[in-house]
Design a protein around this ligand. Structure first.
Ligand code: FAD
Length: 306
């Protein structure tokens, strides 16, 4: 059996694997796809100490760093079940099973999409999901934020300091964000809020976003807005569907972890976007991967004494 079995090879899993291997632990890293969300990222400007890089470049560096250590890298495998019989058993969709003394889950999350025409085509070319990451690319331009929950209104306030103008489009009759955020947004001169607005299409010139079309759900009329960017803020969905019966999750499906990254099951740790960490970023995922890996090491040395 392995001593540390890591599920998911984004920044959190890669960092956890290196930390575990450096402790001399028998380590495996199993993933659907190496690199995770970073694979889809165009420009990265907030990975501290690297002024600017691109997703695929960072993924290649991550993989090279992991391969420098004795880590069994098992790619193109999807985990579907976690059970326990003295050791932890990870069931894979292929039918195979891996056993380990500890398990570290870093299966990440995915942004909920609007599923409208144009969204996929213009992803990374005006359609964005992360204001911390892509906000500065729209300096001095007009953008929209889709979604009037806390993340949507926070994004609008954040973006309003950088861009020329922000239009918030909320599907419901009222915003679901906290009152204090709504008040702050309304007090800023360059944020418009439109409720009962259903976005129906992202428009573009073949190269980049030029605007969007929405339907006013009250009148049924269709309107278009000219924009350089569209930030979709309708939820981040953690990849934990396969763990619902196994671990304590928040109402949103995030894995609940303690300060050492341990979950509700002793010996099972989690890190990165899949957890209830307050913020989801590459540098944060890497830090929490290191934390969870050291947590697993601590767990193993204490077990050895029994
Ligand atoms: P992920 O990167 O989501 O990796 C999850 C891993 O788990 C993958 O290997 C996946 O294949 C695997 N996996 C999932 N389910 C299973 C399963 N059942 N079985 C096996 N494997 C599984 N952050 C920044 O700091 N700066 C940026 O500029 C930035 N830009 C972004 C742009 C975009 C378009 C997106 C989508 C995100 C961006 N982010 C950015 C956020 C950042 O990418 C994430 O915070 C980070 O990747 C989270 O790392 P993670 O390791 O927790 O999960």
């Amino acid at each position: 059996p392995y001593e540390v079995l890591i599920v998911g090879a984004g920044p959190a899993g890669a960092s956890a694997a290196i930390y575990a291997a450096r402790k001399g632990l028998r380590t495996a890293l199993v993933a659907d796809r190496f690199g995770g969300q970073v694979t889809e990222t165009v420009g990265i400007e907030n990975f501290i100490s690297v002024k600017a890089t691109e997703g695929p470049k960072l993924v290649a560096n991550l993989e090279a760093h992991v391969r420098d250590y004795e880590v069994d890298l098992i790619e193109n495998q999807k985990a579907i079940r976690l059970t326990q019989d003295g050791l932890y058993q990870l069931g894979l969709a292929s039918g195979a099973r891996l056993s380990s003394k500890t398990v570290l889950i870093s299966t990440g999350a995915r942004w909920r999409e609007m599923n409208v025409p144009g969204e996929k085509e213009y992803r990374g070319r005006g359609v964005a999901y992360c204001p911390h990451c892509d906000g500065p690319l729209f300096k001095g331009k007009r953008v929209a934020v889709i979604g009037g929950g806390n993340s949507g209104i926070e994004a609008a306030i954040d973006l309003a300091n950088i861009v020329e103008h922000v239009t918030v489009l909320e599907f419901d009759t009222k915003l679901r964000a906290d009152e204090v955020l709504v008040r702050k947004a309304r007090s800023m001169g360059n944020i418009d809020i439109i409720t009962q607005a259903q976005t129906t299409e992202v428009t573009g010139d073949g190269n980049k976003v030029t605007g969007l079309v929405y339907t006013d759900r009250l009148s049924g009329d269709s309107h278009s807005i000219a924009l350089a960017g569209i930030f979709v803020q309708i939820g981040l969905v953690p990849n934990t569907e396969w763990l619902k019966e196994t671990l304590e999750l928040t109402a949103r499906g995030e894995i609940v972890v303690d300060q050492r990254g341990q979950t509700s099951l002793p010996g099972v740790f989690a890190a990165g976007d899949v957890t209830n960490a307050a913020y989801k970023q590459i540098i944060i995922a890497m830090g929490s991967g290191a934390t969870a890996s050291l947590g697993a090491f601590d767990f193993l040395i204490r077990q050895g004494e029994e």
